[in-house]
Design a protein around this ligand. Structure first.
Ligand SMILES: [Zn+2]
Ligand SMILES: [Zn+2]
Length: 303
């Protein structure tokens, strides 16, 4: 990888669900604490996703006065209510919020809900058309639904629509097809799991200028903290793992992932200073306060 790339002191968690954290565990009991922990890991910006309208409303309130938290809203395939139409007008009103940069997550999930295939397809198509109309990039969730996902992304519904396949777990062929269509690919902690050879195959294939890292917190905590509630700070584990796998430094990957994020979502992430106040109200785990560029080691106390 190019050695001319500037070293970068911070990284963005390109996909998390701040309104779905439990606020009861180690991750912290307030958003303030959770983002403070993340800042101590140099994770300074976030795209927080809402999977339905009510989640967006909670998220908007929760993150008021937090310019570093970007927002996205869509109806997730597992949040579709049988017999209801896509709430297009309500969704549009949510998407007009100034911190919204994307529509999603939307898509298809045949792993958990193969029985609702027809209505999932309808919701996906309608929301892709909405993204086209609003000129918003989309965040796509595709699970065991590669063929239908591609069919819709190649259809008129998605003409000129760009976006990202988040939490990528599909084949190299699927990655290639999505890249050809202009979509980026984002990886979670699943890439660090022992059994995820297929994800690592895709990771090997996806070029660095089309790749992002994310936590998808509170789900899918990466190795070495698998099993605990995931939080934005753990972007560092995904970042460090992917960087080592791609044989570049963590700060180079941070720079690339941030640049790809800025390009896709049309934002410029401001440089942030290191955390001004140490989070003294609670004990920081040893992985915190590790400057970007230092490989993060497993933290036994978090296991
Ligand atoms: Zn998802
Ligand atoms: Zn998600």
């Amino acid at each position: 990888m190019s050695t001319t790339l500037a070293e970068q002191p911070f990284v963005v968690d390109s996909h998390c669900h701040l309104a779905s954290l439990s606020y009861s565990g180690k991750a912290g009991t307030t958003l303030e604490e959770i983002l403070c922990r993340a800042r101590h890991c140099a994770v300074t910006h976030y795209l927080s996703i809402a999977c339905e309208l009510s989640e967006f409303d909670r998220l908007r309130e929760l993150t008021a006065n937090r310019p570093e938290v970007y927002l996205s809203c869509g109806v997730h395939p597992l949040n579709i209510k049988a017999g209801e139409r896509v709430p297009a007008d309500e969704l549009k009103s949510r998407l007009s919020h100034p911190r919204v940069v994307a529509l999603g997550e939307i898509g298809l999930d045949y792993h958990y809900a193969a029985d609702t295939r027809e209505i999932q397809l309808e919701y996906f198509a309608v929301q892709l058309e909405l993204a086209q109309e609003l000129k918003l990039p989309v965040v796509i969730h595709a699970r065991e639904a590669a063929a239908d996902t591609l069919k819709l992304l190649r259809s008129d519904c998605a003409r000129n629509v760009r976006g990202v396949l988040h939490c990528f777990t599909d084949s190299v062929e699927m990655a290639g097809a999505c890249l050809d269509l202009g979509f980026d690919i984002s990886f979670t902690g699943i890439a660090t799991f022992g059994k995820s050879d297929n994800v690592r195959e895709a990771l090997k294939y996806v070029p660095l200028d089309r790749l992002m890292v994310e936590t998808d917190s509170p789900y899918l905590a990466p190795v070495p903290v698998r099993g605990v509630e995931n939080e934005p700070a753990f972007t560092r584990y995904v970042l460090d793992y992917v960087a080592a796998f791609k044989e570049i430094s963590s700060s180079q990957l941070a720079a690339l992932s941030t640049r790809n994020f800025e390009t896709l979502y049309g934002v410029k992430l401001p440089e942030t200073n290191p955390p001004e106040v140490p989070c003294s109200r609670y004990k920081l785990e040893p992985i915190f306060d590790v400057p970007l560029g230092t490989q993060v080691k497993a933290c036994p106390r978090l296991r």
